[in-house]
Design a protein. Structure first.
Length: 274
């Protein structure tokens, strides 16, 4: 048998990442990472060692840690994720912050392309007074999102199958938020790293990566209340293009917000008060 310290060191060397090794072993043992500090000299049983070795091999072959463990932390929640959903990224938390800044008391939020439900559930958790609707074209993704809502006691969030606005034709919202696909369809990164395993429909959007951003922007005014906001995540190099798209609509006060690495990450605009 091998002790915890040694098996973690070996896995970290194999993966080139200590954190990933710890996350995988914590998943096998059903513990949190802090447990390793007090149990570094504990010996692992044969079954645990074999199970951990299998997960390390899967990660070494490129499978994302989030898909191996079936979970990903986002905001203050642990969410179920899987091959039907995009893996929530830390930079997307900026979208949540911007929604919360602009959402009035008792306001209505529409999350377009909700995936695992990350944005919608984070907003609902922080603002129990809000009415949150989350839509996605993928039924398997909605199954995951509904399980996440139940897991966190947020069943009041309404989920619906929708091709962007198709399920909310006659509804208006105070904030429309989306982390849509925004990678160029020919981008070589789609065949590399974690992106190989994530659903392509949640990643790529046409030759310039902006097809879905255009669709969302063009339909927003019909679904916003007066003064309501549209907020969309995009790639670090798409800020100017996203603003240009928004400026060609009837929305106003177009802006781009940067993430913690000072990269353009979210662009938005609001409908004028008529």
């Amino acid at each position: 048998m091998t002790d915890v310290r040694t098996i973690l060191r070996q896995a970290a060397e194999a993966l080139g990442d200590r954190l990933e090794a710890e996350l995988l072993l914590a998943h096998v043992l059903g513990v949190n990472r802090a447990w390793f500090f007090a149990h570094a000299d504990d010996e692992l049983g044969t079954d645990a060692t074999a199970a951990f070795g299998g997960l390390v091999r899967r990660r070494a072959e490129g499978e994302p840690v989030a898909y191996i463990t079936g979970t990903r932390d986002f905001w203050s929640m642990t969410l179920e994720v899987g091959p039907a959903t995009l893996i929530p990224r830390p930079e997307t938390e900026l979208l949540v912050e911007l929604v919360l800044e602009r959402l009035p008391a008792g306001g209505r939020v529409l999350d377009l392309g909700t995936g695992s439900g990350a944005i919608a559930l984070a907003v609902a958790k922080e603002r129990p007074d809000a009415s949150v609707t989350a839509v996605d074209f993928s039924e398997p993704a909605l199954v995951v999102a509904r399980r996440n809502a139940e897991r966190h006691g947020l069943q009041r969030v309404r989920f619906a199958a929708s091709n962007w606005y198709s399920a909310v034709v006659d509804e208006r919202f105070d904030v429309i938020v989306s982390n849509p696909p925004y990678i160029e369809s020919s981008d070589a990164h789609l065949g590399q790293g974690d992106l190989r395993f994530e659903p392509s429909s949640a990643l790529a959007s046409g030759a310039d990566g902006l097809d879905d951003i255009r669709r969302i922007a063009s339909g927003a005014s019909a679904h916003l209340v007066d003064g309501g906001w549209l907020l969309m995540e995009h790639g670090w190099n798409q800020g100017q293009a996203a603003r240009s798209i928004l400026e060609r609509t009837d929305l106003m006060d177009v802006f781009t917000a940067q993430d913690l690495e000072a990269r353009d990450r979210v662009s938005g605009a609001r409908l004028a008060v008529r």
